[in-house]
Design a protein around this ligand. Structure first.
Ligand code: FMN
Length: 176
């Protein structure tokens, strides 16, 4: 069975990642969810635990196992970060590892896929575009955000791509 590590960061689109987990599980893919602290403020880890049938991890320290992050990285075939905040893109582009999700990105030596989601002003910032360019240059895959209604009430680019599309991309990367 293929194994996906799903990193959920603190974007409002975190609720859509529940549908992504459900879709992958229905395709007989094992999914382990790791969340940032901000993400847990938006969607309860229990939602992902119920859908994945597995414990959700949120911290580098305190899991009871000293190298849990290395084990999580070793056991997965692909790491997808959805939604990916402007913050996690910046941390990954710079190699910062100050929480579980960012530490795992650095510990992971198989394909990494980001599905960014943020409002249009954030997405268009030179810093964000610079980070996207850097991540691509570093060999990471990016699913571009879509245009449409944003939770801030505006319309523009920044919506996380729909879970179906992310699931299809993951499946095609896993069978490559
Ligand atoms: C309700 C709410 C929605 C947010 N949505 C987004 C978002 O879609 N994209 C984003 O980059 N940041 C968003 N933020 C801001 C991030 O949560 C914030 O930058 C946080 O530090 C990100 O931390 P993380 O990357 O560790 O999850 C949102 C914040 C709140 C309170």
């Amino acid at each position: 069975m293929k194994e996906v590590l799903l990193g959920v960061t603190g974007g409002i689109a975190a609720y859509k990642s529940a549908a992504l987990v459900s879709r992958l599980v229905q395709q007989h893919i094992g999914v382990t969810v790791v969340m940032t602290r901000s993400a847990t403020r938006l969607v309860a880890p229990q939602t992902f635990e119920a859908l994945s049938g597995r414990t959700v991890h949120t911290a580098v320290f305190g899991s009871g196992r000293s190298h849990a992050h290395i084990e999580l990285a070793r056991n997965a075939d692909l790491f997808c970060i959805a939604p990916a905040t402007a913050n996690i893109l910046a941390k990954a582009a710079c190699g910062i590892a100050d929480d579980l999700v960012s530490t795992l990105i650095l510990s992971f030596d198989k394909p990494v896929l980001f599905a960014p989601a943020m409002n249009t002003v954030m997405w268009n910032k030179p810093a964000v575009q610079r980070n996207i360019k850097q991540l691509r240059a570093d060999g990471m895959q990016i699913i571009e955000p879509a245009s449409g209604h944003l939770s801030c009430g505006e319309t523009g680019i920044g919506r996380m791509t729909e879970p179906e599309h992310i699931a299809e991309t993951i499946l095609s990367m896993l069978t490559r």
